[in-house]
Write a protein that binds this ligand. Sequence first.
Ligand SMILES: Nc1nc2c(ncn2[C@@H]2O[C@H](COP(=O)(O)OP(=O)(O)OP(=O)(O)O)[C@@H](O)[C@H]2O)c(=O)[nH]1
Ligand SMILES: [Mg+2]
Length: 221
Amino acid sequence: MSTTDPDDLHERGRKLFAGNCEFIWAAAKIDGLPPMGPTEVAFAGRSNVGKSSLLNALTGRKALARTSNTPGRTQQLNFFTVGDPGSEPMRLVDMPGYGFAAVSKEKISTWTQLMHAYLRGRASLARVFVLVDGRHGLKPPDTEMFDLLDSSAMSYQVVLTKKDEVKKSEIEARLDGVRAGLAKRPAAHPDVLFTSSETGEGIGELREGIARLLKERGVTF
Ligand SMILES: Nc1nc2c(ncn2[C@@H]2O[C@H](COP(=O)(O)OP(=O)(O)OP(=O)(O)O)[C@@H](O)[C@H]2O)c(=O)[nH]1
Ligand SMILES: [Mg+2]
């Protein structure tokens, strides 16, 4: 018997991601997306910001999603199920990075079209976590992504990454800078998270945020 308090979303989030999680689908083209099913949350952000690493940290797996020192590692939309087969309450979606110039123009254009089509037209997509490198703060490709999400009325939340590489004295200023950049954006969630996939800092809050989102959507988990 589970004794978890249904309002304890921190614990429910922890339990959700402590369970089964597996890769189910890769989409390289718009017509290759999986049929819509459970609630999805997607991870977007500039190349090398740490999307795939965050997905691994969230699920407590070392190599569920492939990571790399070389930007441009993730080249498709990769879908992962969370939860036991049959009860699958949600999916996680690892996206290719944007703002990276060293892959061919053709590839960039294919990925961009794929990402835009997915972000604009997916009713099961509940939130996009836009990852921003905590060492640098917002860059022009990030604000372009915010524009796209605002114009699509697609709910998004910023997650700063690589907190372990940011000086303690700079953390509040970085958060304030990002909050200021989001203040007038209609589809942006006001809370900004600061995470490290290396140390696990902020990962519990991210799990809790996803649990809250599922609860708000009436998903059983
Ligand atoms: N120090 C530190 N390094 C990190 C963290 N997260 C990711 N990295 C490193 O950043 C690099 C890129 O990580 P990925 O997770 O592959 O980044 P990505 O955003 O998925 O990159 P693309 O798929 O190429 O868009 C790797 O060398 C990771 O080890 C973190 O929290 N702290
Ligand atoms: Mg990746």
